[in-house]
Design a protein around this ligand. Structure first.
Ligand code: PLP
Length: 456
């Protein structure tokens, strides 16, 4: 294949339809052909390099082409490429399930140990699995009235129809609304919405009170509450107090509905603990994992659940209770080996400890922005940091979406060699864990320049 970046971009635009993109934008925005990647950097065919400040949509956990993951994949490719997981199994799928069950968030103050693993092949399909499992569980118990889900305002769970139904980001959901399940949206504990003088914990407690009222009215028809623990990522990196999780677990138990924790974006150390649920001391009934699971190399997802759910499906074939959901690449051996290598690095190397130091460095570098008259908030949870741009700091009035201020930050980032992909007016960082303090300094410097340009 040619290495000429201009020719590659032209050929791309002639045939490839890109995700999450108005293709017309590429009449003025350059398409960037990437030739290779290493660590925190993407290398373009144009000889330029780009710091991957968003870890390629939050997948690339440890850095690109981590040597242990590359070695595991090469080894696996020489043994077994793929086999369907129905009727057949293989060591990588078994070992990965054993490891996931071992490291799953323990039910310190609520929930049950997660002991069963159902594989899927991307984040959205993991959500579909969790929704279907929860619905089907209640049906297997004879509770046919339970057909609804509770989701939080501002949530994002993916773009297949089930996952999109429990998503509350208008940009993605609105067009398809006539096709979607109708969940009940409960107010998010998002600390951005705290009343003046109200702490994040008090805001979370108030939102739990509102959720209680919803459950009092609707629990009989609800299968599960679906939540992104600690950070609502695609909804604008909005963050909430960890106390919400314990309160949510208690409400789910009290009203006998499932808790689905979507840790697709926040799992595997992103928020400072291996899983975000740990900070609330809870185990959900369904834990959805994907993205960083394979260190950003291959598509894989896993849904973990506990024994009570598994047993509700376990019966003679004639009972019709089986969960017949399937994807062709379920539990792909290559993806499972990549995941095992990723988890080995997290287990054997002081990754979380290093992340704490990196997160503190990032926080210090972002501190000056807190006083900026058009920065509504600088917020951070572990290795996720976000800067919310506003027209007026006092009123927090947002910039109109049509002004596309974030796009200016994106363009400046590309010019300077940093991949920043703001979510509307929210500039954020979710870098690979291999990023160095110097690279953080560069990333923040370029973001600050981009913000200055965007606010002109
Ligand atoms: C919290 C969360 N859930 C689900 C998804 C969907 O994952 P995928 O894009 O792999 O379908 C995403 C993707 O960004 C996500 O952030």
């Amino acid at each position: 294949m040619t290495a000429d970046p201009i020719e590659l971009a032209a050929r791309d635009l002639a045939v490839v339809w890109h995700p999450c993109t108005q293709m017309h934008d590429h009449s003025f925005l350059p398409m960037v052909p990437i030739a290779r990647a290493q660590g925190a950097w993407l290398h373009g065919h144009d000889g330029r390099r780009y710091l991957d400040a968003v870890a390629s949509w939050w997948t690339c956990l440890l850095g690109h082409r981590h040597p242990r993951i590359v070695a595991a994949l090469k080894d696996q490719l020489d043994r077994l490429d793929h086999v369907m997981l129905a009727g057949f199994t293989h060591a990588p799928a078994i070992e990965l399930a054993e490891e996931l069950v071992r490291i799953a968030p323990p039910p310190a103050t609520g929930g049950a140990p997660l002991r069963r693993v159902f594989y899927a092949d991307n984040g959205s399909s993991a959500i579909e699995v969790a929704l279907k499992l929860s619905f089907h569980y209640w049906r297997n118990l004879g509770q046919h009235a339970r057909t609804r889900f509770i989701a939080l305002t501002g949530s994002y769970h993916g773009e297949t129809l089930g996952a999109l139904a429990v998503t509350d980001v208008a940009l993605y959901r609105e067009t398809y609304a006539p096709l979607l399940l109708q969940p009940i949206f409960a107010p998010s504990p998002d600390a951005w919405d705290a009343a003046p003088g109200e702490s994040a914990a008090a805001c979370a407690a108030r939102r739990l009170g509102e959720l209680r009222a919803i459950l009092q009215r609707h629990a009989h028809e609800v299968c599960a509450v679906v939540v992104e623990p600690l950070v609502q990522c695609a909804g604008g990196m909005r963050m909430h107090d960890a106390s919400y999780l314990g309160g949510l677990r208690a409400l789910c138990d009290e009203f006998q509905v499932h808790l689905v924790a979507d840790e697709i974006a926040v799992g595997f150390g992103r928020t400072g603990t291996l899983f975000a649920c740990e900070q609330g001391g809870v185990a959900p009934d369904f834990l959805c994992l994907s993205k960083g699971l394979t260190g950003g190399t291959l598509a894989l997802a896993a849904v973990l659940t506990h024994e009570q759910v598994y047993q509700a499906f376990y019966a003679e074939h004639a009972s019709g209770k089986a969960f017949l959901h399937s994807h062709s690449y379920t539990g792909n051996p290559l993806a499972c080996r990549a995941a095992l290598a990723t988890l080995a690095v997290l287990r054997e190397e002081p990754v979380l400890e290093r992340n704490r130091a990196l997160a503190a460095h990032l926080q210090a570098r972002l501190a000056p922005l807190r006083a900026h008259p058009q920065v509504g908030e600088v917020r951070q949870t572990g290795m996720i940091a976000a800067i919310e741009l506003v027209r007026d700091r006092a009123t927090r009035a947002p910039f109109p979406a049509r002004e596309r201020r974030g796009l200016r930050v994106y363009r400046h980032g590309l010019d300077r060699g940093v991949v920043l992909r703001p979510l509307g007016n929210v500039v954020y960082f979710m870098p690979p864990y291999c990023i160095t303090p110097d690279e953080i300094d560069f990333m923040v410097e370029v973001a600050c320049e981009g913000i200055a340009l965007a606010l002109r």
